[in-house]
Design a protein around this ligand. Sequence first.
Ligand code: DGT
Ligand code: MG
Ligand code: MG
Ligand code: MG
Ligand code: MG
Length: 268
Amino acid sequence: MAKSKFEYVRNFEADDTCLRNCYIVVRLDGRNFHKFAEQHKFAKPNDDRALGLMRKSARSVMEELEDIVIAYGQSDEFSFVFKRSSTWFKRRASKLMTHVASQFSSSYVFYWKEFFENQPLLYPPGFDGRVVLYPSNRNLRDYLSWRQADCHINNLYNTLFWMLVQRKGLSTTQAEDRLKGTLAGDKNEILFTEFGINYNNESAVHKKGTTLIWEKRDETIIKRIKLPNGEEKDMPVTRSRRRVEAYHCDLIGEQFWEEHPDILEDDN
Ligand code: DGT
Ligand code: MG
Ligand code: MG
Ligand code: MG
Ligand code: MG
């Protein structure tokens, strides 16, 4: 086939193939969500409509794109983990990242009304994306643990911060000063003694974030079946279906990984 003299410009494209055998993580983060949350009157510190919309958009990413084995989200961010052996889009980082970011962003806008019935979307939100490769199961687990630890640290801080502001009437500067230098134990103590709140009893979605994984579930439907004698009969038929399930559980310890041994591939 004849090539045009312009064809050579193709060679200017950079090769961004992700290293083989590595998990490919795409992390998205809402652009300037400090402002977005203010303008759309997000509840403080956690808005369940916003978290529900993030979860729904992440579910759409998992269902529409191939090879994502686990996703983890909190606040305005979501991480998507492609299986190590994925060959989707020849492992090209820019393709994977932009597909995740655009599918997520369009879903966020598409499903907005389902979660924010009385709050119009005032302008189009955006999400940045990055790609990080992890060569071992330990590294990948540590990555997810890092994001979950971040969720915990921020949520403990924010829960107490907004209690001091909303219940005690402190200014935001006074609340910041009050919290300066406090450790996790101190914050738990203040929450308990001054507000009667046992942090352990706070909601799991806020403390632990959201984990999405694929699970097989047996599903029984009633099917009309033709018998040899020509009669028809309603019969239950069970088939196994894969669907995305959401968890708000600990990812740092062993239990989750022992209960879901199919998420990670062997290290060799
Ligand atoms: P960036 O990511 O550098 O473009 O800037 P931001 O402003 O998105 O900063 P980031 O991602 O570090 O922090 C997330 C912001 O989103 C933070 O200011 C709090 C806000 N946000 C996220 N979820 C909620 C929520 O449920 N309620 C409220 N009130 N704010 C939230
Ligand atoms: Mg930031
Ligand atoms: Mg952000
Ligand atoms: Mg963020
Ligand atoms: Mg095309």
